[in-house]
Design a protein around this ligand. Structure first.
Ligand code: CP
Ligand code: NVA
Length: 305
């Protein structure tokens, strides 16, 4: 494994390796055992979009691994003034041991990997959010103890989070149903790739416009914002279209009795999910947020040690 850009390009064995190391690092952190696996290493963190979890968990994670994180806002570096990805990748490769980038165009991330000589970690693009999906797998493993035989229902926008969950479920053999409004379905190429992976792992992927069909008998119910970063101008129109996809108590009740509720956060209560679901005892959103730290530490240790 050279980069973490898309879980489609990560093998099932590599996903398992990340989850195993993440669980170990989590237990050690809780026990106060230090693990300076990246002593003397540096991670550049380029942000073209806002972040709470990604920024803080990578920064703290790098510190806990004995390394040094550099926060590079695109407003402050020359990339934001038009310096090319080619030059940026070449220059930063001379200073750093790895780059985490959050940006709009997915091609910016693949170009960084193509032109640079150091590991690149995708911290979210318009297309994918692999670090989130790895933290989600770790959370599901903790709460359910397995992947095979489980069903995850994603209800809402066919966005970056949905795409990475499709790849993640397909890799580990978990069934996944996605329900989106017509016109807001997942990227067709991603669905095709995930279905190919699911065939190998033996899981089932269902794409529908019917939230009730998707959520039926689900073990894990997942939602994300209806308005992703960069779509703010579409907010009013989207809210109207997505309202039938709101996860409220009545819809959530159609999942299994012991279903868990997940959300990558930030969440907008009263839109994609109601308070009585996201703040209920079945919600594991803060375990999920915490697990960003542990999963990403494992990714960094594997790529950069
Ligand atoms: N879930 C997630 O990536 O959160 P941030 O946007 O706060 O980083
Ligand atoms: N789909 C959301 C995820 C935020 C973590 C976005 O891209 O804004």
């Amino acid at each position: 494994m050279k980069h973490l850009i898309s879980l489609h390009e990560t093998s099932t064995q590599e996903v398992e390796q990340i989850l195993t190391l993440a669980a170990k690092l989590k237990a050690e952190t809780k026990a106060g055992i230090s693990h300076p696996l990246l002593k003397g290493k540096t991670l550049g963190m380029i942000f073209t979009k806002s972040s709470t979890r990604t920024r803080v968990s990578f920064e703290v994670g790098m510190y806990q691994l004995g390394g040094y994180p550099l926060f590079l806002s695109s407003n402050d570096i020359q990339l934001g003034r038009g310096e090319t990805i080619y030059d940026t990748a070449n220059v930063l490769s001379r200073y750093l041991d790895g780059i985490m980038i959050r940006t709009f165009a997915h091609s910016d991330v693949t170009d960084l990997a193509k032109y640079g000589t150091i590991p690149i970690i995708n911290g979210l693009t318009d297309l994918l959010h692999p670090c989130q999906a790895l933290a989600d797998l770790l959370t599901i493993q903790e709460h359910k103890g397995k992947f095979k035989g489980l069903k995850l229902a994603y209800i809402g926008d066919g966005n970056n989070v949905a795409h990475s969950l499709l790849y993640a479920c397909a890799k580990v053999g978990m069934d996944m149903s996605v329900a989106t409004p017509a016109g807001y379905e997942c990227n067709a190429e991603i669905v095709e790739n995930a279905k190919a992976d699911a065939k190998i792992s033996g899981s089932n992927i269902v794409i529908t416009n019917d939230p009730v069909e998707a959520i039926k008998d689900a073990d894990v119910v997942y939602s994300d914002t209806w308005v992703s970063m960069g779509q703010e101008a579409e907010k009013e129109a989207r809210v109207k279209i997505f309202l039938p996809y709101q996860i409220d108590k009545k819809l959530f009740a159609k999942a299994k009795d012991d279903a868990i509720f997940m959300h990558c956060l930030p969440a907008y209560r009263g839109f994609e999910v109601t308070e009585d679901v996201i703040d209920s005892a079945q919600s594991v959103i803060f375990d999920e947020a915490e697990n960003r730290l542990h999963a990403q530490k494992a990714v960094m240790a594997i790529l950069m040690a």
